[in-house]
Every structure is written in structure tokens, then in C-alpha cells.
Design a protein. Structure first.
Length: 403
């Protein structure tokens, strides 16, 4: 087995996932091609320099369908001899693209890959693919399906997290994200989005709400209370699965949940030979990858067992990790991770997360790997772990080590 290195990471700013969001006019194809071109230009890649483009995307319908990865290659300035593979592991799609590329390199199936993902949630709404897990009664009944927001509230109830704790984490995420932008911590990786005339459409994450206070969040109503308690009554479904619970505490709302946004990210991965051939210096080694299946009803607890798995597989302990990126799908997901491993909150999501900047489903996994690497370099730390919860009960993780 050979080593797989990260040579470069790029991402777009995240635009609000609404029709009035700054990136709404940009197609998934155009945004993907823009990032592929950025990787090509920044690293002087000529010809069929990489083996493949592996691209994560969750809602693979309409403009995001039809193997978007291959379409993006053809729309970009990359050589047409480079193929493309679109993959979907829900919220971990971007991370799984990176992990798959890394493991291909380690196994000798090509010297270099571009991996990442995209999600234009303002243009292709979440759930518009009609996923069987949610709409097929035979599967939904078997798995005691509930929406993710209900799952997050189940975690809060099961592990004793209060709304105040969740809101404090959300306020801190906003503070950290604002500080990171103010101090230019994302500057190395951000690729501004421009229109056909070269005018900048977006050069900064626009979902952020700097200055958010606990008082602001206290005014928000729990987002999933009605669907849990009234119609269609998902709380009763959950309590059939977990009869030891006599109620579900609904603590999540728009302020302590991830934002719906547009965005894309890419990571350039290769072996040592790839770096020599293109005059590139590796920034980090992808030390380990892991994925796991978990309870599909509570659904979002995957970061805990997948972290246990990746540490065991790599012969490491939690104390070996300097920094963590845990996707802020909902506040309770991160609270549970920190509770399970007793990690210092100051090492988790140092620059804020999806509660502040948003969660473009197919891209987030690649985004947090890039953010993690940038922060390891900024702090002169060595080892980082990125992990996400995943719809329908899964978890994914990546450990990177600076070189």
C-alpha cells in the first residue's frame, strides 16, 4: 500500500439556499466546473493528469442527475480523457468521495484524483428525489422512519441535552465563524464565484448571522415540535422504537440546526509520484478512513461509533487527535460527540460550522476536510479527524496527518 496525500483543497463560499441567495443563478454543473478549473490552474495540471473525478451529490435529479461528475469534467478545462464518478452517501458524500479516491491511490489504482462534491439546494430542493427511506411505507415502517429533526431531538432527549446547551453551541459557532472570516483563516482555500463577465457573485459565506445572541435564539419556536406531536405524529413512531422514553424534548430550531445553502468543494489527492510529476508538495497524508451503519431511527449518532472504529483500525486513541471537525447538522450531534469522548470543546469546530455557515449536503464532507487541514497548518498541529452523521443511520470519518 502506498500513501495518499492531500496536495490542495478548494471550496466556494456558501450561498443562502433560497431563490434570493447569491449563488441561485449558478447551476450545479457550472459551480462544479469552476472548482475543477481552479484545481487545474492552481496546480498546473495538464492533460489527463488525474485518474478520475469523484464527485459527491445527494439529490441526483434534474440538473444534478446524469452523472454530474462526468458532465462537470466536460464542462471544465480538464482533459476529456478524465472520466467522472458521481456518488451519494447522503451528507457524507463529499467525504466519501475523498475517502474513495484516497483508497484508490493507496491500492495503486491511479496516481492522482480530484474528489469533492456539490449541492445547489436553492435549485434542487432537498428531498426532491423521493428517497425510498422516506416515502416507501414498507421501508419507512420497518425502520421506524422519522425526519432528521426528530432524530436530533431524540438524541437530545436520550442523552440529556437542553435547549440552552444547544443554543450556546450555536452562538459559539456563529462567533467562531465570524472570527475566522475576519482573520482570513479561509483565504487559502476559498475560490470566489464569478459570472461570465468576471464580476464577483460571492466571495464570502453569506448564511452567517454574526452577533447572534442567546436572546435571539430564545425567540425561535422548536422547528419539529408540531410534526412530532401533532400531525403526522412522529414522536409516537419514535417511542414505539424507544419505549423507555415517555416524551421527546424538542429543542432544535433554525438557529441551532445546519443552514440550507449552495456550495461546492474539491480536494486534490495523489501519491508521492504524482507530486513529483507535477512539482507539488504534499500538505497532509490521509492516514485512515472509515464508514459505519447505525440505528436508522435516531439516525444521527454515527460520528461516535465511526470515530471508535477509525481509531481502533488505525491503532490510535482520542488523545492522539489535535483537532476535530464534526459536522454541525444539529447541535445535539456535536454535543453527543463531545460528551462521548470527553474532548475539549476548544478543539472541535474551531472555525465554526454548519450552524453558522450552512451545510451544502454533497459538498460538506470535502469542505470540513479542507477546513481541518487549513487549521492544522495555522496552529502548527499534526493530526486531525473529520466526521459526519448521515441520513438513514450511517457515519463516516477521515483522519489526516500533516507531512
Amino acid at each position: 500500500m502506498t500513501d495518499a496525500f492531500i496536495y490542495d483543497t478548494v471550496r466556494t463560499p456558501r450561498g443562502k439556499g433560497r431563490s434570493d441567495g447569491s449563488l441561485h443563478e449558478v447551476t450545479s454543473l457550472a459551480l462544479s466546473a469552476r472548482l475543477l478549473n481552479a484545481v487545474k490552474e492552481r496546480n498546473n495540471l495538464e492533460g489527463n493528469a488525474v485518474e478520475d473525478v469523484i464527485w459527491g451529490n445527494v439529490t441526483q435529479v434534474k440538473e444534478q442527475g446524469g452523472c454530474l461528475a462526468r458532465s462537470a469534467v466536460l464542462a471544465s478545462d480538464l482533459d476529456e480523457r478524465i472520466p467522472g464518478l458521481s456518488i451519494n452517501r447522503f451528507c457524507a458524500s463529499g467525504m466519501e468521495a475523498v475517502n474513495l479516491a484516497a483508497n484508490q491511490v493507496k491500492a495503486g489504482a491511479g496516481n492522482g484524483y480530484i474528489a469533492g462534491g456539490v449541492e445547489m439546494m436553492s435549485r434542487v430542493p432537498m428531498g426532491s428525489d423521493g428517497a425510498a427511506i422516506a416515502v416507501d411505507p414498507s421501508l419507512a415502517m420497518k425502520t421506524y422512519f422519522v425526519p432528521q429533526g426528530i432524530s436530533a431531538d431524540i438524541i437530545a432527549t436520550e442523552y440529556g441535552f437542553t435547549r440552552e446547551e444547544a443554543d450556546k453551541l450555536a452562538v459559539e459557532s456563529q462567533r467562531r465563524a465570524a472570527a475566522a472570516w475576519e482573520e482570513g483563516r479561509f483565504a487559502r482555500s476559498i475560490v470566489p464565484v464569478r459570472d461570465q463577465n468576471g464580476l464577483t457573485i460571492l466571495d464570502r459565506d453569506e448564511y452567517m448571522r454574526p452577533g447572534t445572541t442567546m436572546e435571539d435564539l430564545a425567540k425561535l419556536k422548536p422547528a419539529f415540535k408540531d410534526m412530532g406531536e401533532v400531525m403526522p405524529g412522529f414522536d409516537k413512531v419514535a417511542m414505539l422504537k424507544y419505549p423507555h422514553l415517555d416524551r421527546i424534548d424538542h429543542i432544535h430550531h433554525a438557529g441551532n440546526s445546519s443552514g440550507i445553502v449552495d456550495g461546492a468543494a474539491a480536494v486534490l489527492i495523489g501519491n508521492e509520484e504524482f507530486g513529483r510529476a507535477h512539482g507539488l508538495k504534499p500538505r497532509a497524508r490521509i492516514r485512515a478512513t472509515a464508514k459505519i451503519g447505525t440505528d436508522p431511527t435516531i439516525m444521527l449518532t454515527g460520528p461516535v461509533p465511526v470515530t471508535e472504529k477509525i481509531l481502533a483500525d488505525s491503532g490510535m486513541s482520542i488523545s492522539d487527535i489535535d483537532l476535530f471537525e464534526v459536522n454541525e447538522a444539529f447541535a445535539a450531534v456535536v454535543l453527543r460527540f463531545m460528551q462521548a469522548f470527553q474532548v475539549d470543546p476548544g478543539k472541535v469546530n474551531v472555525n465554526g460550522g454548519a450552524m453558522a455557515m450552512g451545510h451544502p449536503l454533497g459538498a460538506t464532507g470535502a469542505i470540513i476536510i479542507g477546513t481541518l487541514l487549513d487549521e492544522l497548518e495555522r496552529q502548527d498541529k499534526e493530526v486531525g479527524l473529520a466526521t459526519l452523521c448521515i441520513a438513514s443511520g450511517m457515519g463516516a470519518a477521515t483522519i489526516i496527518e500533516r507531512v
